[in-house]
Ligand binder design. Structure first.
Ligand code: SF4
Length: 254
């Protein structure tokens, strides 16, 4: 346990923390037990997570180069999308970024102001914090892939509307299908709700290994939540540990 505390302190330092809180024992540590299939919580069944999208995706991408060219082709097909009203106010369409052959795919909610200006996901304050979290977890941004549920910015960064999600989600599904990551990490409530078809609280969705079209998937806080409150740092660190442990298991069993 001492080692875990030291790792957590190192994580906070890597994230740029100057005042290091003393880590407390996590009463819900047993929640981080993983299963090969989605698990229901044992605390009275507050949520019964939907096993999302059980159909296996078509795996038409054989190599990194194939995936790269399929992603590029797909980007060209959808970059001028006008399926929902958000196209009218967008500056840039934000497709996704990173390695087409990534082991880990992170999924956020929608572009914000900085993303809308640049066309790149997670480049604002939350994106910079995500970079630090990735570095603290030993991950490089160029090795992972990041995309959002919506490709265009909702006005004033409001939550996506159900109709917008319905229009845009097939694009994300196709990206997942092409990349075929070994594990997916939903960043925040909106992405988790969109992929799991649930309205559960974040605290109830964490620490559970789901499967999305046969791909293991976990849920953690959006980096913007960590900017709002320090209390999300410890659980985020735990979720990243959980994800990396699961990824190791997947690689070992491959
Ligand atoms: S949010 Fe998605 S569905 Fe709506 S216009 Fe943009 S790309 Fe098309």
């Amino acid at each position: 346990m001492k080692r875990k505390k030291l790792e957590y302190i190192r994580f906070l330092i890597d994230m740029g923390e100057s005042l290091i809180p003393i880590p407390i024992e996590n009463k819900n540590a047993d929640k981080t037990m993983a299963s090969e299939t989605p698990m229901k919580k044992s605390d009275g069944g507050k949520i019964a997570p939907t096993i999302s999208e059980s159909a296996k995706p078509e795996n038409d991408a054989k190599s990194a180069a194939d995936k790269e060219s399929l992603l590029d082709e797909f980007y060209q097909q959808i970059k001028n999308c006008t399926k929902c009203p958000l196209h009218r106010s967008r500056n840039k369409f934000v497709f996704g970024a990173g390695s087409a052959d990534a082991d880990i795919m992170f999924i956020g909610e929608a572009p914000g102001g900085d993303e809308d200006r640049t066309g790149i996901p997670f480049v604002g304050r939350a994106g910079k914090l995500l970079d630090r979290i990735l570095a603290a977890a030993g991950l490089k941004r160029r090795e992972i892939y990041i995309a959002n549920v919506l490709k265009c910015r909702p006005p004033k960064n409001r939550d996506p509307l159900p109709a917008e999600e319905e229009m845009c989600l097939p694009y994300l599904h196709r990206q997942i299908e092409i990349i075929q990551p070994k594990i997916i990490c939903c960043l925040g409530r909106v992405a988790a709700h969109a992929l799991l078809h649930t309205k559960a609280n974040m605290s109830d969705m964490r620490g559970i290994l789901y499967k999305f079209r046969e791909i293991p998937m976990i849920v953690t806080y959006h980096p913007a939540a960590l900017l709002r409150s320090d209390k999300y740092k410890r659980p985020t660190w735990e979720d990243f540990q959980f994800m990396l442990e699961e990824l190791e298991k997947i690689k070992r069993s491959a």
